[in-house]
Design a protein around this ligand. Structure first.
Ligand code: FE2
Length: 169
């Protein structure tokens, strides 16, 4: 007979997370960057229309950059001795749930790409907000390295937003 577990598994989430406001704010940046990465990669596969090549290529450039960024942000959280988004499936899915589905039956064929771009703009805006909050927390804590990283992330997402906005103008 298999032995019964005698105690509950320990939670993955380190209690230190709550005690470190910088790491906590970075979890938000990581979650939102991850969600944006997943959406961008998915749209790279599924975009259609007369601007297919341009969008397919732009989304590829962006998802590659985001994939690398997710790693850097997660490892900054680990450097602060906190586990990086241990419940990430739930957190990331929640971040994606509010998006419109550009591929649902009601979306007119010609509107699919526009809807993808609007979703990406929305998600880029969320990352910028989260990164601003992390930048402030880092400033307060005297954590220059996190602050520098957040400044860089904000610039990248503002540039990505400008490019996306220019397509649908
Ligand atoms: Fe590809």
């Amino acid at each position: 007979m298999p032995a019964k577990p005698t105690k509950k598994p320990e939670p993955l989430f380190s209690p230190k997370a709550a005690a470190n406001p910088v790491a906590q704010a970075l979890q938000g940046v990581l979650k939102d960057t991850y969600a944006l990465y997943l959406a961008t990669h998915n749209y790279h596969w599924n975009v259609e229309g007369h601007n297919f090549v341009g969008l397919h290529t732009l989304f590829e450039t962006q998802y590659n950059e985001l994939f690398a960024a997710v790693d850097v942000i997660a490892e900054r959280i680990r450097a602060l001795d906190v586990y990086a988004l241990p419940n990430h499936y739930e957190e990331v899915l929640k971040a994606l749930q509010n998006l419109s589905n550009p591929l649902n039956k009601e979306t007119a064929k010609g509107d699919v790409a526009d809807r993808m771009i609007r979703n990406l703009l929305d998600l880029n805006g969320k990352v910028v907000d989260a990164a601003q909050a992390a930048k402030k927390a880092a400033d307060k804590a005297g954590d220059d390295e996190t602050q520098d990283l957040m400044v860089e992330r904000i610039q990248i997402h503002q540039k990505a937003s400008w490019m996306l906005r220019s397509i649908i103008k």
